[in-house]
Write a protein that binds this ligand. Structure first.
Ligand code: C2E
Ligand code: MG
Ligand code: MG
Ligand code: MG
Length: 281
């Protein structure tokens, strides 16, 4: 038919650009309905003690399950949510759901369990953030020190004066603060030292070629040593092999997270892992 032909002509004109635009439009239309249609869920990936291999906490990771588009990666849809301004609403849902789940695990007797939640740069810039976090903590009745927020280097280095102010408000509430994907952005060590951070997460790009790659060996050793000298708790992301874990343990990394121990799983599967009480090593 005519419509089909017209479309084909445009496709010949610039096939790849049209595909990108179409995909983007589809995502925007579908994302507007996703919260209401309950298509978001949280998955949880264990964080384990590097020595004992016991679960000490988890990172909450957002998943979007669409009936026809399938399961989409947050790497694809989070930037779209940010540009659409929808990240505030979705981020609020993430916090609420994460805190409710944390409360459940604490009530089951896992009283030291720490749950971390990712915040995007756009959420971090929102002046209502601290108030919103305080409200969700009060509503769900969790103890703030068991909730950790992960911020990327880029987010915290964007406007250091605002970062100081916001981090101070968050520390007043009593939550923990982590710098995520460390090493991939640009960080001033001077500022890093002045921020009230608790945890540093070493990006998995530094871990993936350990222990074979000598520059990655030097870099991860230096990052861990630096973090420890700033009294930061160090977590290595993306552990996939025993050799990576052994190297990082020797360098005194505190915690591990990665497919070697578990992929991110839904709350039911995580419950099974947690209640088995077994070490994942
Ligand atoms: P991230 O915060 O650095 O999360 C870690 C990512 O590494 C997750 O990808 C996780 O599945 C993946 N990962 C963990 N272990 C391994 C491993 O051993 N090997 C490999 N190859 N990958 C591993 P995921 O779930 O696709 O999330 C990607 C990014 O999306 C996150 O990176 C985070 O920046 C963002 N994101 C996820 N959930 C949220 C959220 O609720 N809010 C915001 N603002 N961003 C989120
Ligand atoms: Mg993270
Ligand atoms: Mg990360
Ligand atoms: Mg990452």
């Amino acid at each position: 038919n005519a419509k089909r032909q017209g479309r084909n002509i445009v496709r010949c004109y610039d096939d790849s650009m049209l595909e990108v635009t179409e995909r983007r439009m589809t995502l925007e239309v579908e994302l507007r309905k996703a919260l209401l249609n309950k298509q978001f869920i949280l998955h949880y990936q264990p964080r384990i003690n590097a020595k004992t291999k016991c679960i000490v906490g988890a990172e909450a990771l957002l998943r979007w399950e669409h009936p026809t588009l399938g399961s989409l990666s947050p790497v694809e849809f989070i930037p779209v949510l940010e540009e659409m301004g929808l990240i505030h609403e979705v981020g609020a849902w993430v916090m609420e759901a994460a805190c409710q789940q944390l409360k459940i695990w604490h009530n089951c007797g896992f009283s030291d369990f720490v749950l971390s939640v990712n915040l995007s740069a756009v959420q971090f810039r929102d002046i209502r953030l601290a108030q919103e976090i305080g409200d969700v903590i009060n509503r769900t009745g969790i103890t703030p020190k068991y909730l950790e927020f992960e911020l990327t280097e880029t987010a915290i280095m964007e406007d250091v004066a605002q970062t100081q102010a916001t981090l101070a408000l968050l520390k007043e509430i009593g939550v923990q603060l982590a710098v995520d994907d460390f090493g991939t952005g640009y960080s001033s060590l001077g500022y890093l030292r002045s921020f009230p951070l608790d945890t540093l997460k070493v990006d998995r790009t530094f871990v993936s070629e350990l222990p074979g790659n000598s520059s990655d060996r030097s870099l991860t050793s230096a990052i861990i040593a630096m973090a420890r000298s700033l009294s930061l708790h160090v977590v290595a992301e993306g552990i996939e092999t025993q050799e990576q874990a052994e190297f990082l343990l020797e360098k005194q990394c505190d915690e591990f997270q990665g497919f070697l121990y578990s992929k991110p799983v839904d709350s039911k599967a995580f419950d099974v892992l947690l209640k088995s009480g077994k070490s994942l090593g």
